[in-house]
Design a protein around this ligand. Structure first.
Ligand code: GLU
Length: 306
C-alpha cells in the first residue's frame, strides 16, 4: 500500500499545475499550490501515508459528510423532507435551483443543502456550539486524535466573505426551510468548514463509511449500515458538484471534495483514502488529489464499478 501511495503521488504531481487555489476565502489563498499528500486507513488501524500527509488543511465541504451523519442520527429520515438527494448539475453555491424548487436544496452536499443539514443538527432554538462540539467529538473519536479543532482564522475569513452563503440561507428562510436565525446557521456552517485536519486524520475519521458504519478496530457502531450505504450513495452522485460524473468515471468511489483541496474517498470493504492538494479544477475539486486517487484505484481495482 505504501508503494502504491508513493507512486500515485508521482503520477499526480504534474497535475498540480492544472488547478487554481481557492481565493474567494482569503485565508485559503495563502496555502501553497505545491502541497500534495495522500493517506489510507484500512481495517487493521495502520494508516499509510505519503507526501504532505501529516500537514493539516481546511477540510471545508468534506465536513458536510460528517454533519450529514450526525443530522440523520438526530432527526432521522425526516431530514429528507427538507433536502433532496439528486445531483444538482450545478455549482456548489448556485442559487437558481432554489427558486424553482421552493427552497428545498437538491442534495445535502451543495452549500444550501449543507446549511439545512447544519440547521437540522442545531435543532429548533438549539445551540450552534453544541452542533460544532458534536462534529469535533465525532472527528476526534474516529481519527483517534483529540487535537482536531476549528481554525478560527479560516472561519472568520469565510464569515467576512460569506455574502453568497448568507444569501442562500436567507432564500431558504423565506421558503420556511430554516429553523434558526440565518446568522446562527451560517455561523455554524462556517466553523464546520474551517476544521483543520491532515490526510492521515481524515482517512481514519471517514473509515467507518467503508465498513457499514462500524469502526473496524473497536467495533463501535458510528451509524447503522443502511445509513452508511445512503451517505456513500449521496457522495457518489453529489460529492463533487457538477464534477461528480467525472469523478465517478475516473475514480469510481464515493467521494467528497473541499475547496481547501482535500478529497475523502470511501473504498467499501477496504478503507478510506484522503488526498490533498490545494489547486482546484473549475468545479472546486483538487486536480492533483483526484489524479492521485485515480492512480490508487487503477492499481488496487477498488472502483465500485469493477
Ligand atoms: N466553505 C466553502 C463555501 O461555503 C465550502 C465549499 C467547498 O468546500 O466545496 O464556499
Amino acid at each position: 500500500m505504501q508503494q502504491i501511495l508513493t507512486e500515485a503521488l508521482a503520477v499526480a504531481a504534474p497535475r498540480r499545475a492544472e488547478g487554481k487555489v481557492a481565493d474567494y476565502i482569503p485565508a485559503l489563498a495563502r496555502v501553497s499550490p505545491d502541497r500534495l499528500g495522500i493517506a489510507f486507513a484500512g481495517a487493521d488501524g495502520v494508516v499509510h501515508g505519503a507526501g504532505d500527509c501529516d500537514e493539516p488543511f481546511s477540510i471545508q465541504s468534506i465536513s458536510k459528510i460528517f454533519m450529514l451523519a450526525l443530522a440523520l442520527e438526530r432527526v432521522g429520515v425526516d431530514l429528507w423532507r427538507r433536502v433532496g438527494r439528486e445531483p444538482s448539475g450545478g455549482a456548489f453555491n448556485s442559487i437558481v435551483q432554489l427558486e424553482s424548487e421552493q427552497g428545498i436544496p437538491r442534495n445535502p452536499l451543495i452549500n444550501p443543502g449543507a446549511i439545512v443539514v447544519t440547521d437540522a443538527l442545531i435543532g429548533e432554538q438549539g445551540s450552534a456550539d453544541a452542533a460544532i462540539e458534536a462534529l469535533l467529538a465525532l472527528l476526534r473519536a474516529q481519527s483517534g486524535d483529540p487535537s482536531v479543532a476549528v481554525d478560527e482564522e479560516v472561519a472568520a475569513s469565510e464569515s467576512e466573505t460569506g455574502a453568497r452563503n448568507r444569501s442562500l440561507a436567507w432564500f431558504m428562510k423565506n421558503f420556511g426551510n430554516l429553523a434558526n436565525p440565518v446568522e446562527i446557521a451560517v455561523g455554524a456552517y462556517f466553523r464546520q468548514c474551517a476544521v483543520a485536519m491532515s490526510c492521515r486524520q481524515l482517512a481514519r475519521a471517514g473509515r467507518f463509511l467503508a465498513f457499514d458504519g462500524r469502526n473496524p478496530e473497536t467495533g463501535e457502531v458510528v451509524c447503522p449500515p443502511h445509513r452508511a450505504r445512503r451517505i456513500n450513495s449521496v457522495m457518489m452522485l453529489c460529492g463533487h458538484y457538477d464534477n461528480s460524473g467525472e469523478f465517478a468515471f475516473r475514480v469510481g468511489l464515493p467521494g467528497k471534495s473541499g475547496v481547501g483541496g482535500g478529497i475523502l474517498a470511501i473504498a467499501p470493504g477496504h478503507g478510506a483514502l484522503a488526498a490533498w492538494s490545494p489547486a482546484l479544477n473549475d468545479s472546486g475539486t483538487s486536480a492533483a488529489g483526484a489524479a492521485a486517487l485515480e492512480a490508487v484505484v487503477d492499481r488496487t481495482g477498488w472502483s465500485v464499478f469493477f
